[in-house]
Design a protein around this ligand. Structure first.
Ligand SMILES: [Zn+2]
Length: 319
């Protein structure tokens, strides 16, 4: 058996799966990020419980895959920086290996989710190309080729949150102006709701905080300012999808992350942008057909499934 661990900002989730990808045990712990030692203990506890639940002796776990929200060095098993977890140059893989007694591999959470999306769509299929596009607080993509996640020469493959979509746009934390993240991330949507005075309007749609779901509801109800902002966000997302498709030519593009949680309310305006391109472009019609895109369902835990797949693949990158 293999184990997948998803270390989130609020909880640690673990799944134990067989080599045939049958789920045999799960466990959960709250994330205590006050110190790295607490995080390691939380992971080891959850792993032990998931083994107990699945009647598996911990030492029969071949490998543990761990997904972390931040920059990781998979080869060294080190977390370079995970702000939400208070981890800075921390050898998480080694520490969990020592605490739990089983080899561990580490990967960034979006790349893990890309592997999870692969499993969701294609199961144990070994051939194909999938792009996973994560729209959360930040934006990045994960690319999986023949079941292996692409990291790139410097571990930056898929970091498309910092490609420029509005050359004279808002200043991004990275120093550039108009990055995709300044327009279409969950944080950017919140900021634009506040800056545009839309918050007062969204209260009429049940909003107490400037969350994207109320923006989408208001747009669906025909509120003009909400429609304008949704169009701006959706156009930037559609452009990014087109880049992913043209650069990587995947069979499927799967979207996930907090911003996508409103489902079709979120996705219909993005689809509409691409439908307009298809009308006038045979290239767009060929490369961006509607059936190439899917949303990851909220109920599917891409984090633990992806981490289990990583463990199974040994965490190595074969190209
Ligand atoms: Zn940027």
């Amino acid at each position: 058996v293999f184990a997948g661990v998803d270390v989130g900002g609020t909880k640690i989730e673990v799944a134990v799966v067989t080599a045939g990808m049958e789920l045999v045990g799960v466990a959960q712990r709250p994330t205590n990020s006050t110190s790295p030692t607490h995080i390691v203990a939380g992971i080891a506890d959850a792993l032990t419980e998931a083994c107990l639940v699945s009647h598996t002796a911990p030492l029969t776990v071949r490998r543990v895959g761990i997904g972390v929200p931040g920059q990781v060095d998979t080869a060294q098993g080190q977390v370079h920086l995970a702000v939400n977890l208070n981890l800075d140059h921390y050898p998480l893989a080694r520490e969990v290996s020592t605490a739990f007694g089983v080899p561990c591999v580490l990967e960034n959470d979006v790349r893990i989710a890309a592997l999870g999306a692969w499993h969701y769509l294609w199961g144990r299929e070994r051939h194909g190309r999938l792009a996973y596009f994560n729209l959360g607080t930040g934006i990045s993509a994960g690319l999986v080729v023949d079941g292996n996640v692409m990291r790139g020469a410097h571990g930056m493959a898929g970091e498309i949150g910092h490609v420029v979509v509005e050359p004279n746009g808002e200043l991004c934390a990275c120093g550039l102006r108009g990055c995709l993240e300044t327009v279409a991330s969950g944080a950017a949507v919140t900021r634009q709701i506040e800056a545009s005075g839309l918050m007062e309007i969204l209260r009429g749609y049940g909003a107490e905080t400037p969350r994207a779901r109320y923006l989408y509801r208001a747009a669906q109800a025909g509120q003009p300012e909400a429609i304008a902002l949704v169009r701006r966000v959706s156009r930037a997302i559609a452009m990014a999808i087109q880049w992913l498709v043209m650069a990587w030519d995947p069979q499927m593009v799967v979207l996930g992350g907090g911003l996508t949680r409103t489902g079709e309310l979120f996705f219909a305006p993005v689809r509409a942008e691409m439908a307009v391109w298809r009308e006038s472009s045979s290239l767009a019609a060929t490369m961006l057909p509607d059936h190439k895109f899917a949303l990851l369902p909220e109920a599917f835990n891409a984090g633990v499934w992806g981490a289990a797949l990583l463990a199974m693949n040994d965490g190595s990158e074969r190209q």
